[in-house]
Design a protein around this ligand. Structure first.
Ligand code: ZN
Length: 239
């Protein structure tokens, strides 16, 4: 019995439907630190890709991807810090919670940008370059209008946006990097289990953060190795 009590020190009860989980102070700290430590590496990684860019199109793509990656860790960290100090900042917390959700859509689109922009695509597949941003805009519209109302729909939209562009990437002529992309995708999927396990598994959200960081790291490695370090195929829509 004593063991159970000690275990629950690190985790609060699971909330009722459409209510937010309230982390323990230990979980708050873990949620903050697991993404705070990645802001500087994400910015450094952006600078590296920018430096390796062969032309303006590479440079623009490096900015889009790098800013999406850095924004994910930065906004997540700010949101979790604000949530930790929530007693005086309810409205600010709500605003940053929406930003935390919005940045996930931006991050997914930005993560696909290097593959869609820098690899040769077919005449139909190349439309995924703007479709992925249209999907992100749809997700942002959802957050601003139905934030926290339909959690399963929100999860389904993240998963759809996460996997639909992969069908285009997997059909590219060059298969270099696909293993890393699949590996990162698998880490995100495992992470979703923890994302939905607040109040069931202690530190579930921090574990989700770590798995997101690992997946983003694997994807960054593939982008650096196959699209920036080695000169990628140049492309033109429909060429
Ligand atoms: Zn988080």
């Amino acid at each position: 019995m004593k063991k159970v009590t000690s275990f629950h020190r690190f985790m609060n009860r699971r909330p009722s439907a459409n209510c937010r989980y309230q982390p323990t102070c230990y979980e708050h700290a873990a949620n903050c630190y697991t993404h705070a430590f990645l802001i500087a590496p994400a910015l450094a990684g952006t600078a590296l890709l920018h430096r390796l860019s062969a032309d303006d199109w590479h440079r623009l793509t490096a900015w889009v991807y790098g800013l999406g990656l850095s924004a994910l860790f930065l906004i997540s960290t700010v949101f979790h810090v604000v949530t930790w100090k929530r007693s005086h900042m309810r409205e600010v917390e709500h605003c940053f919670h929406m930003c935390d959700r919005v940045v996930i859509y931006v991050f997914i689109a930005a993560s696909y940008a290097p593959w869609l922009n820098l690899r040769e695509l077919g005449p139909v597949a190349c439309h995924m370059r703007w479709l992925v941003w249209l999907m992100a805009a749809g997700g942002i519209f959802y957050v601003f209008n139905y934030h926290e109302k339909y959690k399963l729909l929100e999860l389904a939209s993240y998963l759809t946006m996460g996997f639909l562009p992969a069908s285009v990437v997997a059909s590219m002529n060059s298969t270099e990097g696909l293993e890393e992309l699949a590996c990162g995708g698998l880490l995100y999927c495992v992470g979703v289990v923890f994302f939905k396990s607040d109040g069931v598994i202690p530190f579930a959200h921090a574990i989700w953060h770590v798995l997101v960081a690992l997946a983003a790291g694997v994807h960054y490695y593939a982008i650096w190795r196959y699209l920036y370090r080695s000169p990628p195929d140049r492309n033109a829509c429909g060429s």
